[in-house]
Design a protein around this ligand. Structure first.
Ligand SMILES: Nc1ncnc2c1ncn2[C@@H]1O[C@H](COP(=O)(O)OP(=O)(O)O)[C@@H](O)[C@H]1O
Ligand SMILES: [Mg+2]
Length: 391
């Protein structure tokens, strides 16, 4: 199938030729796209070192295209809307220009993201207890900034990338979901295992697919959960693929930010922000870093109301008391406390064949049996992190 396909040098020559040509702007973009796609499809089945070089070359083409688009945004936009109304227009163009049937890089990237099933979340801000301060920042900096692009620009607010950090189970994932629900952008949740791949070059390729595919599937929110395992601080003991993948992520994020009109939002969440690579914490990547603290007594009271709501509970339940008895527990802990109490009462009811409601003592006992997720040492670590980054 690859018979007569050009070798690496001829790809490089072609790139050079396109770069130095005085072809019209749109034509140049088209040629670069074609070359990138050919380099990608040609790279399959090649020996590793050639494969990586081909992928790098494709990436160069893509960044050239982005530069050209920035230099001349009106024209490329006009070109896009003229060639097709729908997004994904570029794929159609590319298909026409291809000599073989293997999918183009853009098509692969678009499908890659689609197969990870981005979905608009049904969780809303109303489902999140407490966190008034966090909600306020998210709503003004992110949501209002997106609704008032010009105004936000005047005040230097980008409304783009957010890093959420704080103890496990405090609602970081829920916030990402609520943002998706509010702006009605599908949420693409990426956990490290979705894209980690220790075969040579595969991890980087997945990252490229992910970012490129996100643009093609925009509007979209890319949500990196457990971010510390993905953008791990580079140390001498890191695996070599991590050492290459982090720079690739950095590069992609920088490129993404340059596309000022992009409808791709990036949210990352981590329990251990101190393990995240320093370059990633730079304001150029994440200008909004938000601490998601454990719930205060009022939020805990509300959480008990939420998680016992709809269950068969006795009249003696005193939510305020439960709130004050549960210092140091997170939302996830409280959910578990309620679940365990309910399970125990259910077991008893089934066993004795005698129905009764969940009462205050059941919950108290469940609290006593649980250990807190948050302690002062952990909170001090977050405080230190915030001091270091001026948050
Ligand atoms: N403030 C909160 N309000 C409502 N539910 C919460 C809150 N904090 C945690 N939870 C619940 O606890 C569980 C874990 O929350 P999650 O958002 O995944 O936490 P994190 O991402 O910070 O680890 C979820 O089921 C969520 O419903
Ligand atoms: Mg989570």
């Amino acid at each position: 199938m690859m018979e007569g396909a050009p070798d690496l040098n001829s790809f490089k020559e072609t790139l050079k030729t396109i770069r130095s040509s005085d072809l019209p702007h749109d034509e140049k973009i088209l040629r670069l796209k074609e070359l990138a796609d050919r380099a990608i499809s040609f790279s399959t089945g090649k020996e590793k070192s050639i494969r990586v070089q081909l992928l790098m070359l494709a990436n160069q083409c893509i960044s050239d295209i982005e530069k050209l688009r920035q230099a001349n945004p009106q024209r490329s936009e006009a070109n896009n809307s003229a060639s097709s109304e729908k997004k994904g227009a570029s794929n159609v163009e590319l298909k026409k220009n291809k000599q073989n049937d293997s999918p183009t890089f853009s098509q692969e990237a678009e499908n890659y993201v689609r197969n990870l099933h981005p979905l608009i979340s049904s969780t809303s801000f109303d489902n999140i207890a407490g966190l008034a301060e966090v909600k306020k920042i998210v709503i003004t900096q992110i949501i209002k900034a997106r609704e008032n692009v010009e105004l936000a620009r005047m005040f230097g607010i980008s409304g783009r990338n957010i890093l959420l950090f704080g103890p496990p189970g405090t609602g970081k994932t829920s916030i990402a979901q609520a943002i998706s629900n509010k702006v009605q952008y599908p949420l693409l949740t990426i956990t490290p295992s979705d894209i980690l791949d220790n075969r040579f070059g595969e991890f980087e390729k997945n990252i490229k697919y992910l970012f490129h595919g996100a643009v093609l599937n925009s509007p979209i929110i890319v949500f990196f959960d457990e971010f510390e395992s993905l953008a791990t601080r580079r140390t001498s003991s890191n695996s070599s693929y991590m050492k290459r993948a982090v720079p690739e992520m950095l590069r992609q994020m920088t490129d993404m930010r340059k596309q000022s009109e992009s409808k791709v939002m990036i949210i990352a969440a981590t329990n251990n922000p101190w393990d995240v690579d320093d370059a990633m914490l730079n304001p150029e990547r994440f200008d909004t870093k938000i601490y998601v603290p454990p719930p205060d007594v009022f939020a805990r009271t509300e959480l008990f109301r939420t998680f016992l709501g709809g269950l068969k509970v006795a009249d003696d339940i005193n939510y305020e008391e439960l709130g004050s008895l549960s210092d140091g527990f997170t939302g996830a802990d409280i959910k578990y406390i309620c679940k365990r109490a309910a399970e125990e009462v259910f077991a008893e009811v089934v066993d004795k064949n005698e129905i009764r409601a969940i009462n205050q003592d059941d919950i108290r006992r469940s609290i006593e049996k649980s250990s807190t997720s948050v302690n002062s040492d952990l909170l001090a670590k977050y405080a230190k992190f915030m001091e270091k980054f001026n948050i």
